[in-house]
Design a protein around this ligand. Sequence first.
Ligand SMILES: NC(=O)c1ccc[n+]([C@@H]2O[C@H](COP(=O)([O-])OP(=O)(O)OC[C@H]3O[C@@H](n4cnc5c(N)ncnc54)[C@H](OP(=O)(O)O)[C@@H]3O)[C@@H](O)[C@H]2O)c1
Length: 341
Amino acid sequence: MTISREIRLRAKPNGAPVPSDFELATVDVPPPGPGEVQVRNLWMSVDPWMLRALREAVGPEAPPQPSRFGSSVVGKAPHANAVGEVIASGDPQFTVGDLVLSLDGWREVFNTPAKDLERLTPGRLPPQAYLGVGGLTGLAAYAGVTRVLDVKAGETLLVTAAAGAVGSTACQIAKIRGATVIGSAGGPEKAAFLKEIGVDGVIDYKVEPDLDAALARVAPGGVDAVFENVGGRHLAAGLNAAKPFARVLLCGLMTGMAGGASEPVPANLMRVVRQRIRIEGFSAGDHFGEMPTLRALLADWLETGQLQLRDTVAEGIEAAPGALLGLATGANVGKMLVKLC
Ligand SMILES: NC(=O)c1ccc[n+]([C@@H]2O[C@H](COP(=O)([O-])OP(=O)(O)OC[C@H]3O[C@@H](n4cnc5c(N)ncnc54)[C@H](OP(=O)(O)O)[C@@H]3O)[C@@H](O)[C@H]2O)c1
């Protein structure tokens, strides 16, 4: 038996999650059965989709959820992407020491069917990068900038939540493609980070009562494309600054995501008509096939210094709920992670 600790969802959040919605439990993990693998988690990812999954939590009596990305179950450890190391294996496909990606974060050690693990090739990216820039985060930024928006040299791109994991990667990929990048984020530390990574026009929206005026100042000619992570007044300002035939990628809408009041949907949709703006919803999951190319490219960019990473790291399983609450209130610069081992 191996002793492990895990965070369980004690109660379905009523609006924004609070610490008392979670509890720490100690469990005995038996040796893995045939076809199972035992994993010790090294890193857990903290992502906005986890807030939605908690808000949609179901009771333990509910039928099993069709998708592991779906709702959480009250009384159980929720899902989160995690990178871990195999410590015992009942399946011939995995051996002790393999690095694996799973959806079984919120736990220190767990058993799982081998089919639910992805083996990672250790190499040019550090293990935690597979949860950020070398995972869904990086894929969202890469596919959003290069495939959907197809940002070109000489164009101006606006990125919102620009100092976050997806946003900061999107900014840097657009810079690599030769675009002028405008980034909006909350607070002086985030603004300084954006300048460090080469963002041309930085907006600290927390001290800008008028986002239209701020955008007119840093992008007087308007914007050709918008990488939208926030919604509400950010999206409204992006539409107001959009040049004719601008493209707007809806990657995510953080406003309202944490369970608080969401900012209203922009009322200026006539801009879309007048400027012939294309607005497109987006899922990084549609671009999974590009992951190997992306990981190789990222490793090159990291080695040449064209891409810089910033992580915000919480230490230990007991810090995981606080890390998620922190993501919901913008406490992170770059990727929010929990170091488990
Ligand atoms: N479509 C896809 O496939 C896909 C995949 C991954 C992520 N996403 C989306 O991409 C966006 C960024 O995700 P991420 O993982 O990189 O997270 P993140 O940006 O690292 O963290 C979230 C950030 O959102 C900002 N924010 C702005 N308004 C907020 C509000 N009202 N409430 C809370 N936070 C607010 C905060 O930064 P400030 O302090 O600057 O406000 C916070 O740090 C999210 O919308 C997410 O849903 C989409």
